[in-house]
Design a protein. Structure first.
Length: 344
């Protein structure tokens, strides 16, 4: 299905209006007028794009403003922006290839931080034996902040079980937790407090934060290494007007994050216990466990997100609640979910 404008809470298909519970604009920013006006103001200052290397002799203060805000918001020592979340992940993976003896991953880790020959972190419900053997080595663990088809962040307590002679770097993709979880949407990076060598966060900024780009957050030494990589120095940076807008929009982010929290709290208060969905009141993604329910929602003129991560995979069906949804939208959605569930 194709639409002729940004799909916010209402979309029009074949001249019919549908409620839309899809996408990744969790804070509802792409259509937020205050946010749009701020971005337009910064485009007039910084232009529509800037194609120069970040290492060129002329440097833009917009990057300093945006990256300082991001580091503070995330709770990291330093941060750097790049043109996409995918590039953020690939840069970090390329850096760690030279510093890692063995990679481990959670299942279904996003492609941005995937690497060949990585080993499964858990086997038969237990930590991979290699993580517990007496060999000293450098380990890099790859995970999404909130794994696909889950509604809660990863439990990192397993890190306590890995012996000290394993030097651990933890890489977390927070594209679907940054801007959503934590105080004012700060994500989970700062809450990961375990005795490991370092932790690195990568994230898209094109989801909750409403701007095309990506961010890497870590200790200052790691960020400096990223900035010295050839792929970083030879590429144009994130649009400077967008980076400046990140810093300038801090109050808007807080306001929209509270609206999202209020919507989730209200939804939780009216939704009956339901065996056909996976939902947590702190997270805006609701996973559907019934294909019949997907069809029922469409019949009731509600469109949800449905897509395949890989060509041969089953479609991933999920309801996405945003800060822009109204109570009447949530009432209609929940009435259908409750009615459908009453059949079981």
């Amino acid at each position: 299905m194709k639409v002729e404008q940004f799909p916010d809470r209402i979309i029009q298909i074949d001249q019919k209006q549908y409620l839309y519970f899809g996408g990744t604009a969790y804070l509802g920013l792409p259509t937020n007028k205050e946010f749009q006006d701020l971005v337009i103001h910064n485009i007039r200052t910084w232009g529509t794009t800037y194609g120069s290397s970040r290492t060129a002799n002329v440097k833009l203060s917009a990057y300093d403003s945006g990256e300082k805000f991001l580091a503070s918001h995330i709770g990291s020592e330093n941060a750097v922006t790049v043109s996409s979340g995918m590039l953020a992940g690939k840069l970090v993976i390329d850096l760690m290839k030279k510093q890692t003896d063995c990679f481990f991953h959670f299942n279904d880790t996003h492609a941005a931080i995937r690497i060949e020959n990585s080993l499964s972190l858990f086997e038969n419900g237990k930590l991979n034996d290699r993580l517990l053997n007496p060999k000293s080595e450098k380990i890099t663990i790859l995970t999404d902040g909130v794994p696909s088809f889950e509604t809660k962040p990863v439990d990192f307590s397993f890190l306590k079980e890995i012996p000290d002679h394993k030097e651990i770097t933890l890489i977390v993709d927070e594209s679907h937790s940054f801007g959503i979880i934590g105080k004012n949407g700060s994500g989970i990076f700062n809450s990961i407090q375990y005795p490991i060598k370092r932790k690195i966060m990568v994230s898209s900024l094109g989801k909750a934060f409403g701007l095309t780009g990506g961010v890497i957050a870590a200790d200052a030494a790691t960020i400096n290494q990223i900035k010295e990589m050839e792929v970083f120095t030879s590429a144009a940076g994130m649009n400077p007007s967008f980076v400046q807008s990140i810093s300038d929009a801090s109050e808007i982010y807080a306001k929209q994050h509270q609206k999202l929290r209020d919507n989730l709290s209200y939804l939780d208060s009216i939704l009956n216990e339901n065996i056909n969905i996976k939902f947590d009141k702190s997270y805006p993604l609701i996973y559907l466990l019934s294909n019949d329910l997907v069809e029922k929602l469409k019949q009731e003129k509600i469109i949800i997100a449905s897509f395949k991560y890989t060509k041969d995979a089953e479609p991933l069906n999920r309801i996405v609640v945003t800060a822009n949804h109204l109570k009447e939208d949530l009432d209609k959605l929940v009435s259908i979910l409750n009615e459908f569930n009453s059949q079981f």
